[in-house]
Design a protein around this ligand. Structure first.
Ligand SMILES: [Zn+2]
Ligand SMILES: [Zn+2]
Length: 137
């Protein structure tokens, strides 16, 4: 038996719980974070409030920031609940596309990186090919 047994800290039921949802492209609300506040009374009888933030992981493994909650569905392959780290807007049609399989990287006119969905990418390649044919004619 320990010489100085510690008095267990009393934890009380959460006093406040906040659940943060985002509305996905499909319209169904999704939980992206939970903050919980509860009070504890320590061995000296002091009460303190503790705030816990539970982060939810997106399907791509990235943590969703509950202060800036965003989760996206790929408009092409239908992958759901992706974070903004692994999604981009198609530079051509503004569809949300996943970096994992649908986004085709391109270099934009100002030399910055852009992305195209498969349909816009096919269209661009066809158009470039026609420009090429005209340029050698
Ligand atoms: Zn996709
Ligand atoms: Zn597109």
């Amino acid at each position: 038996m320990p010489d100085n047994p510690r008095i267990p800290i009393l934890s009380e039921a959460p006093v406040d719980e906040e659940r943060i949802y985002v509305t996905g492209t499909g319209g169904a609300p999704r939980l992206v974070g939970i903050t919980r506040e509860h009070s504890e009374t320590d061995a000296q009888g002091e009460r303190r409030y503790i705030k816990t933030v539970l982060h939810i992981t997106a399907s791509d493994g990235q943590l969703i920031n509950p202060k800036h909650p965003n989760a996206y569905d790929c408009g092409i392959c239908g992958r759901q609940f992706l974070s903004e780290q692994t999604t981009r807007y198609c530079h051509g049609c503004q569809t949300i596309i996943c970096l994992q399989s649908c986004a085709h990287p391109i270099i934009l006119e100002d030399n910055s990186q852009g992305y195209l969905c498969p349909a816009c990418h096919r269209h661009m390649r066809r158009t470039n090919f026609i420009h090429f044919l005209f340029s050698i004619a």
